[in-house]
Design a protein around this ligand. Structure first.
Ligand SMILES: C[S@@+](CC[C@H](N)C(=O)[O-])C[C@H]1O[C@@H](n2cnc3c(N)ncnc32)[C@H](O)[C@@H]1O
Length: 264
């Protein structure tokens, strides 16, 4: 993960706060505000081994009940005061009840994409300093279901954001960090991940440090991360495969959602 000590950083959805704690302890960014979706009581109940008090003892401000999709939550933090906003391993919480699940008309795939899209849009509108670095960063896993979100191509369609590239997420940079399960006091064993970067600034100075993987090239199927295709037949065979059809279904549902809501 590429970060700069001079950056003013906001973390969101930071589960047990161990990422923000490690960031504050070892990296010491110019400013750090950490935020979590849960209340303090919920966080401490869910994750018994959490970094709430340790982070607070370092003098870092913690904002609780911060829902990245809720505009009023962004009023809880200083306006346009950050260089980077980071969301580590985002994932929707489970539905509260079977009834909630049944009432939901959008697929879980679309709901997760919507969460990430709203995060990037709201971070830019409210948290990022227009005269600063203007970076939205999402770290995610390189396995299903996360790879089914087509993160690099689909999230910011129709907005002024640009996808800049990715960097490997190396957890050894953050010794105290335990990647958490969304609803349980468990931490994720396989810690490999990729940090993806977006900005309003298309020519951002960070670009040379980031990677643009080969699956983004025209001779690949980007959403399936498949290829390179050596011939038209090779590509046609891929397009008929179950994996591609499944990805296409997610893609159509997402595009349909964007069209129906005309979300910006
Ligand atoms: C898989 S957990 C990862 C937790 C933590 N970021 C980590 O890396 O250990 C997904 C996190 O996303 C958060 N989240 C889900 N929806 C959110 C929302 N609308 N606003 C803020 N955080 C959200 C959850 O509260 C949860 O902490």
């Amino acid at each position: 993960m590429i970060l700069d000590k001079n950056w003013r950083i906001l973390t969101v959805g930071d589960g047990d706060l161990s990422f923000s704690y490690s960031l504050a302890k070892h990296f010491k960014p110019a400013t750090l505000i950490a935020s979590v979706y849960d209340s303090e009581a919920e966080l401490k109940l869910k994750y018994q081994d959490n970094a709430f008090d340790k982070l607070s003892d370092l003098g870092v401000r913690i904002v609780t009940q911060f829902d990245v999709t809720n505009l009023s939550c962004w009023q809880k933090i200083p306006l346009h005061a950050f260089d980077a906003v980071i969301f580590q391993f985002p994932l929707l919480p489970a539905f509260g009840s079977h009834q909630c699940f049944q009432q939901q008309t959008l697929s879980v795939n679309t709901l997760n994409r919507r969460l990430l899209r709203k995060f990037l849009i709201n971070a830019t509108s409210y948290a990022l300093d227009p005269h600063g670095e203007q970076l939205g960063i999402i770290t995610s896993k390189d396995v299903k279901p996360y790879t089914e979100w087509n993160i690099e191509e689909s999230l910011v369609i129709g907005t002024a954001h640009h996808y800049l590239g990715q960097s490997t997420f190396d957890i050894s940079q953050f010794p105290e960090y335990q990647i958490r399960n969304v609803d349980r006091d468990k931490h994720v064993k396989d810690t490999s991940g990729i940090s993806y970067y977006w900005s309003i600034n298309k020519q951002h100075a960070i670009i040379p440090q980031l990677i643009l993987p080969r699956y983004l090239n025209a001779d690949h199927c980007t959403m399936c991360r498949a290829g390179p295709f050596i011939s038209d037949n090779d590509k046609k065979a891929h397009n008929k495969a179950k994996k591609h059809k499944n990805m296409q279904k997610h893609e159509y549902e997402w595009l349909d959602y964007l069209q129906r809501t005309n979300t910006k």
